[in-house]
Design a protein around this ligand. Structure first.
Ligand code: CA
Length: 457
């Protein structure tokens, strides 16, 4: 494994940025996630000029300013004047070096002089900067890697045949829409589209009635690969920059009408929200876990999707939560309600297997491409990563005779007494994630959130 546990993961390490030392802060000095800000013009509109940054506690440090201040001189970089540092260009060795340098600059043991110089590079107070996606995303692919999610959803739509015969052999995915990947905090408009109720004679066009979220994890590719070449399972992790949280907003009624025979299209492509901070593979080193143990009788992965390292450390021990706050809850100052909590440990396919599979036909991957895991669901109701599963397709169009034993169509009740089967306008969905393990400092992922706006009819 290229990512080893070293001094930067020492749980006793503290930062001179006091907020980073608070218990359960998402961004302690052991994390050092990478993000990006965009400069705004006088009217507050984005200019396209971006600045790579690292989060530490409540502060954000501009990496280009650190470079200009001579604090990153050990990095093998050659920046022109006026050129911004772009972390996606760094090779693996430089990324490891960047982490080591940042850990040293931000540690409580750093010289006062160094602390003053770094403080000059804080961009947290700037009002002419807005957080944006961590990289330019050229392509986005969404997998379907939770066997529990796939089985649940399959049970609703094909009760006799929930899991298709290819599922345990091949990581299933579809090509998503990179142009509509938005950063956390961006409002999401309820889409319009074609739907058809089972008993309706013909389809109709209008606002989506069954609007859902999907709790997912995304991985950014870097470095990419050349057209015609493959990334082997042994090399795959070295081609991943890090991971973030993803909400794959889904229009279930549109999806049901359009998904056969070629898979999701307009039911997914209107918006995908990602958290702004990328937790690097380096930072995740203490939180790796074995790939999911396949139940007895399941096929082994084909040789090109198997390696001993992937089997023993290909998983990530990442806890994921979904919270929801309705407009009424926000007006009353109520905390968002927890809807589900699951783990990324129990995915049927690992991120390395997804990337290896993706390039197994010679498909080129580019720096900054995003691959998402698919909805992360577990075996219990509490760990189901979308409303479709939580309320078991409380679909008013569904055939009420098709009820799977052990399922529960009870709507979710919010603290205001409001009930939800799917999302209502004004609802704000929050996805959160964190890694914790005895002997290590907990690291978090920040937030992936968005408010549902009414459809434009
Ligand atoms: Ca999805």
């Amino acid at each position: 494994m290229p990512f080893e546990i070293d001094d930067t993961h020492d749980p006793n390490l503290e930062s001179w940025v006091e907020s980073a030392n608070e218990t359960d802060h998402d961004f302690p000095i052991q994390n050092l996630p990478i993000g990006r800000f965009e400069e705004l013009d006088e009217d507050g509109d984005p200019t396209g000029d971006t600045r790579a940054a690292v989060a530490i506690g409540d502060e954000v440090v501009d990496l280009t300013m650190l470079w200009e201040a001579g604090l990153l001189e050990d990095l093998p970089l050659d920046l022109d004047e006026d050129e911004s540092l772009d972390t996606i260009d760094l090779d693996l060795g430089s990324r490891l070096e960047l982490r080591r340098i940042l850990s040293s600059l931000l540690s409580a043991g750093a010289d006062e002089e160094v602390q003053d110089s770094v403080r000059e590079c804080f961009i947290t107070e700037y009002t002419d900067m807005a957080i944006t996606t961590p990289f330019d995303i050229g392509d986005y692919t969404d997998f379907y890697a939770s066997v529990f999610h796939a089985t649940n959803v399959g049970s609703m739509f094909r009760p006799d045949n929930p899991l298709l015969p290819n599922y345990k052999h091949i990581p299933i995915a579809y090509h998503g829409r990179a142009s509509t990947v938005v950063v956390s905090g961006t409002d999401v408009r309820r889409p319009c589209g074609q739907t058809k109720a089972d008993d309706a004679p013909a389809p109709s066009f209008g606002p989506c009635k069954l609007f859902d979220y999907e709790l997912e994890v995304g991985a950014f590719v870097s470095p990419g690969s050349e057209l015609g070449s493959r990334i082997s399972i042994e090399e795959a992790e070295e081609h991943l920059f890090g991971i973030c949280l993803v909400n794959d907003w889904s229009a279930r009624d549109m999806q049901k009408w359009e998904y056969q025979p070629l898979g999701p299209f307009l039911a997914k492509s209107f918006a995908t929200t990602i958290s702004p901070w990328v937790v690097t593979m380096e930072a995740l080193a203490p939180f790796r876990s074995p790939a999911m143990t396949r139940p007895a009788g399941d096929p082994s992965p084909l040789p090109h999707l198997y390696s001993r390292d992937n089997e023993t450390t290909g998983g990530v021990d990442l806890t994921l939560e979904v919270h929801l706050a309705s407009e009424q809850m926000r007006q009353k100052g109520l905390q968002p309600a927890l809807l589900s909590r699951g783990t990324f440990r129990d995915m049927y396919w690992t991120l390395a297997q997804m990337l290896t599979h993706h390039t197994s036909n010679g498909c080129e991957m580019r720096d900054g491409d995003l691959i998402a895991s698919g909805t992360v669901s577990g075996t219990t109701r509490e760990s189901r990563g979308c409303l479709l599963e939580l309320t078991w397709n409380g679909d008013p169009f569904a055939d009420p005779k098709v009820v799977v034993p052990g399922t529960d169509r009870t709507p979710i009740e919010l603290p205001t007494g409001e009930k939800r089967v799917f999302l209502a306008d004004g609802d704000e969905v929050f996805i959160k994630g964190y890694c914790q393990r005895p002997g290590y400092r907990r690291i978090g992922f920040g937030e992936c959130r968005g408010i549902v706006l009414p459809a434009n009819e």
